[in-house]
Design a protein around this ligand. Structure first.
Ligand SMILES: [Zn+2]
Length: 322
């Protein structure tokens, strides 16, 4: 028996959603720590950022967006491969689905397993799961940078890879004219990080350096409210980095002295809980995070695939009774 309910399986109360108009034609929908989504208006089309877990969940977001604009979605941008961000894609009827080349590779390699894993971990996000038509496949991929001309005098949107981070294929969307950054799960604002498929060293150093270098005035992170103004943006990036640095210090310390995974988990939990313990998905994520970082210290560069079964094993080992 687990001492705690598995992952977010017991989190069944809906969150309040807030649509924020960050600038003319730039929208974000935040939901008290549930995955954020966004949209950017072009002259006669929309770019949607992130797709939610199911078409039904995506349609709820689109209904709110439709109170502001009825332009068709030409581009759907997927920041990375995680199921709760991609499986609602069909609802957008987008002409083009854009992702990083590594995201396509990860969907091919582990998309099905990730779907089953995430459904088990966060069932509440999978509204009408039977409506998912199958895996989401990008129709356009890139490696470094892709620029979308928004038409008229709306400027352009830059999609940029900043290096390995939350996954091997995260991209951000940058609106230069308004200095607004959609950062996906590379930055979280007052929400815990999920690092179960991450590259902790790269992410906490050069990848976040590149994210910070945009000098954004507002950042839409993967979860949590939208920090606005340079101090708030820098604070969110610093908080994300600190979470990773503490994990590296604690897990690395136990690993190098020949301790156990469970000891690494407990040391990390003790160190992070005072600042981050009350934030969304902290207890849910930490066992998976520590296991992945432990693997990195074991020399496993490419993240192992999470399956519904392996999720339960790791959970039991780390969150179960000693
Ligand atoms: Zn993610």
């Amino acid at each position: 028996m687990s001492a705690k309910p598995f992952a977010s399986s017991a989190d069944l109360s809906p969150k309040t959603e807030t649509l924020e108009v960050l600038a003319d034609g730039v929208y974000a929908l935040t939901a008290e720590g549930d995955p954020n989504v966004g949209a950017i208006e072009g002259e006669d089309f929309l770019v949607a950022f992130e797709a939610r877990a199911t078409p039904a969940a995506a349609r709820d977001w689109l209904a709110q967006l439709r109170e502001h604009t009825d332009k068709p979605v030409r581009y759907l941008v997927l920041s990375h491969y995680h199921a709760v961000r991609v499986l609602g894609a069909s609802a957008f009827e987008a002409e083009v689905i854009v992702a990083h080349e590594n995201t396509r590779k990860l969907i091919a390699e582990r998309g099905q397993e990730d779907w089953e894993s995430e459904y088990g971990r966060m069932p509440r996000l999978f509204q009408e799961p039977e409506g998912i038509p199958g895996l989401t496949w990008p129709t356009m991929t890139f490696n470094e940078r892709l620029t979308i001309d928004l038409g008229g005098d709306r400027g352009h949107l830059v999609l940029q890879y900043c290096g390995r981070g939350h996954t091997a294929g995260d991209i951000v969307a940058w609106v230069p004219r308004e200095r607004i950054l959609f950062a996906g799960d590379l930055v979280e604002a007052q929400a815990a990080l999920y690092t179960g498929d991450a590259f902790h060293t790269d992410w906490s150093t050069r990848t976040l350096d590149r994210v910070a270098a945009f000098g954004a005035e507002a950042v839409v992170g993967g979860r949590g409210a939208v920090p606005r103004g340079r101090p708030a943006v820098e604070g969110a990036i610093a908080q994300t980095r600190e979470f990773l640095v503490v994990m590296r210090e604690k897990v690395g310390g136990v690993h190098s002295r020949g301790g156990t995974l469970r000891e690494a988990f407990e040391a990390t939990h003790t160190a992070l809980a005072p600042q981050y313990g009350a934030w969304p998905i902290f207890e849910h994520c930490l066992p998976f995070n520590v296991q992945r970082l432990w693997d990195e210290y074991d020399g496993i560069d490419w993240p192992r695939i999470w399956t519904a079964e392996r999720d339960r094993e790791v959970w039991e080992q780390l969150q179960g009774s000693p």
